[in-house]
Design a protein around this ligand. Sequence first.
Ligand code: PEP
Length: 259
Amino acid sequence: MSMRKPLISGNWKMNLNHFEALKLVQELSYQVSREDVDAVDVSLHPPFTDIRTVQTVIESDRLPFLLGAQHCYHENSGAFTGEVSPAMLAKLNVAYVIVGHSERREIFGETDEVVNLKVKAILANDMTPILCCGETLDEREAGGAEAKVAGQIVAGLAGVSSDQVAAMVIAYEPIWAIGTGKTASAEDAQAMCAHVRATVALACGDAAADAVRIQYGGSVKPSNAAELMSQPDIDGALVGGACLEADSFGRIIQYRLAE
Ligand code: PEP
């Protein structure tokens, strides 16, 4: 078994302007210690308009946070009004890019094929994709959760080498748990993350499956982070609502200190 360092990622969604971003990152830096980031990697995913500000404070104050983005286009430049390219993000030292979040899939119509193009474009620019997957409540109740998630992973990873998959992050986020306050039970989250790993093993081989980091996302809070993180196939958390305040995100990062 490889040692997978946990990754806790904060997805700010469409919240906080660049002044508010600066304040949150500074507050978070007072809360999070070097020991914390020795134990877990932490990535911050602000809106595009905040990224340069967050990059500057991280680099000038040498803060122990990795920079992330929530989205990008799959081409590096061209006539794509309104889009932001992976090359532009890489130039800002963005390390992680979320791809295929359920809000992008549901609200903006991103298909598995588009998600796959983005995964490959992010990798081609030496950044790490956080590939999101997850089922709706209807799909779960109809017994289709495993098939839905396996389909999203196989399609999202098509044409990606095993070595690249090994270095990637996959976020399992049941859609019914996102922003609803309802968290999957630790047992259900573990079972689905084990299923994600088994799917990666079939598609990309055992070494990639052993190394890939799998996050759980869906109403992660300080009160449930430790139990979720103690599961053998859960290597991190993708956090929405609870990452917008330094205190709650800090306590999630410090989940290992909870009794
Ligand atoms: C998310 O959007 O990835 C998410 C998990 O949100 P929340 O933590 O608010 O459920």
